[in-house]
Design a binder for this molecule. Structure first.
Ligand SMILES: [Zn+2]
Length: 155
């Protein structure tokens, strides 16, 4: 059965279960990357407890990457054990990675309080602080998205 990818007019290539919400876009803009913002097509799937995201030059390429992650995710589920044990890596908000399949999952740890002296992330300055400079930076970047570098290709 074919399904339309939410927020697009494109049909999914893969046989995603009905219970898994899927969405995507041809022209995403990603902030917070080490080399600055970039544009990308993206595909996201929400199988419960996590979201999986693929990026690529095209929506099809992004779905393909997301589908590969979904195969890894369900194979780990298929062992009959729940995901885990988990490791936090860089996350302090309670999210972590399954050490068996490597998939990121939310709410698997108690959150660690933030260091009050750490540098604020752009997204916090926009949505928490309502910092006009940060809002301007985001709006300018999105308006000029076509000139941004594209997501790095390949795996
Ligand atoms: Zn797992």
């Amino acid at each position: 059965m074919t399904r339309t990818i939410e927020n697009t007019t494109t049909e999914a290539q893969h046989d995603w279960p009905e219970s898994v919400y899927i969405q995507g876009g041809e022209h995403g803009v990603v902030f917070g990357a080490a080399d600055g913002p970039y544009q990308t097509a993206f595909f996201e799937a929400f199988p419960g407890g996590t979201f999986l995201r693929g990026e690529g030059k095209t929506l099809a390429e992004a779905e393909e990457k997301c589908w590969k992650q979904y195969q890894v995710f369900t194979a780990c589920d298929g062992t009959g054990e729940p995901h885990g044990p988990f490791e936090r890596r860089q996350y302090t908000n309670g999210a972590g990675f399954c050490t068996r399949c490597g998939i990121w999952m939310s709410q698997v740890f108690d959150p660690i309080p933030d260091d009050p002296n750490r540098e604020r992330r752009l997204i916090e300055r926009v949505f928490v602080d309502r910092d006009p400079e940060a809002i301007e930076e985001v709006l300018t970047t999105v308006a000029d998205a076509a000139s941004l570098p594209h997501a790095p290709s390949g795996d």
